[in-house]
Write a protein that binds this ligand. Structure first.
Ligand code: FAD
Length: 290
């Protein structure tokens, strides 16, 4: 199944992101989460690839295959091009295709901290998007940034780059996490004016702790509204209460997005069963969703 076709319906598409766990115990938590969301299936699940500086293994492909074969959930396999040669990527794409995976989220990847000039046969995501389209009949997603990418100078650049990814073959976009819905609405408006016509899904992440959110915002440049900062301050010593308040904040964000006719919501589940189940149940219960 080609994921971009799901966005042709009028209801918002609700999807999840998971990451390959580093430890055996993490695999168990991921399996628990997948069991719990089975009955309230997300439209698809994306699986990260070497994100946050973790070493790349074939776990992304293993998890994507497991989702498709044993869970009956369509996987979206993330793939990055930074630091890889054309030959390596050709081989990886052939393996993904041979495994029956039809959907890719194509990314550049973060520059290694030790080598910010890291060269690659495909320096930008758009270059790998065009190559992947040529190598297989993939449905391709790309990343977009409501508050701009951390290395980028102007808003206009943001829109021009989205247009270039669409021209290269991106069939839909998934956004970076954000906590101000207005920044997402502004990006969508600017992208549409610039000629981006493909669906744009909103990336939502319920925060889990102060440490986690500090790390995330420094990595991706997302800003925190004062309402959320106050919640973090109020519940800093009560982790459960903080998680609950943050989950409610994320649910309110989702409801507002749906009321504004968003194409889709992509939930950064952080492999947390409670987060995935609560958000999916809430969205399925209150609204008609794909
Ligand atoms: P690009 O689109 O190539 O952009 C990179 C930089 O170049 C930006 O500053 C951009 O403004 C600029 N640029 C883009 N196009 C042009 C152009 N035509 N001309 C000139 N400059 C241009 N990382 C991982 O390692 N693994 C993952 O699994 C992963 N999953 C992600 C999922 C989502 C939804 C998002 C939003 C991000 C994810 N990332 C992941 C992080 C991502 O790899 C980084 O944000 C990375 O720094 C940029 O990737 P990109 O695909 O947006 O790059």
């Amino acid at each position: 199944m080609k994921i971009h076709q799901l966005y042709e319906n009028s209801e918002p598409v609700i999807s999840l992101e998971v990451f390959p766990p580093k430890k055996e115990s993490g695999l168990h938590t991921l399996q628990t989460m997948l069991e719990q969301v089975k009955t309230i299936q997300p439209a698809y699940i994306s699986v990260t690839y070497g994100a946050g500086g973790t070493s790349v293994s074939n776990q992304t492909l293993e998890i994507a295959q497991m989702l498709k074969k044993t869970q009956g959930i369509e996987p979206l396999h993330h793939l990055t091009c930074i630091g890889k040669s054309k030959d390596e990527l050709q081989k990886i794409l052939a393996e993904i295709k041979a495994a029956g995976i039809e959907n890719l989220l194509v990314l550049r990847g973060d520059l290694p901290e030790t080598d910010q000039t890291c060269v690659s046969d495909f320096p930008l995501a758009k270059d790998l998007i065009a190559f992947a389209k040529q190598e297989g009949d993939f449905s391709i997603a790309a990343a977009c940034y409501p508050e701009g990418h951390i290395e980028q100078a102007s808003d206009q650049e943001n829109f021009d780059h989205l247009k270039a990814k669409q021209a290269a073959g991106a069939d839909f976009f998934i956004s970076q996490l954000f906590f101000h819905n207005d920044s997402f609405y502004r990006m969508v408006e600017g992208a549409r004016k610039a000629g981006v016509t493909v669906p744009i899904a909103a990336g939502i992440m319920p925060i889990m702790s102060r440490t986690q959110v500090e790390k995330m915002i420094f990595m991706c440049g997302a800003s925190l509204p004062s309402k959320l900062i106050k919640l973090i301050h109020r519940y800093e010593q009560q982790p459960e209460a903080l998680r609950q308040a943050a989950l409610e904040y994320a649910l309110a964000q989702c409801e507002d997005l749906i009321a504004h006719g968003v194409d889709g919501i992509h939930l950064y589940s952080m492999n947390q069963p409670v987060v995935a189940k609560t958000v999916l149940q809430h969205l399925r219960g209150g609204h008609a969703c794909n």
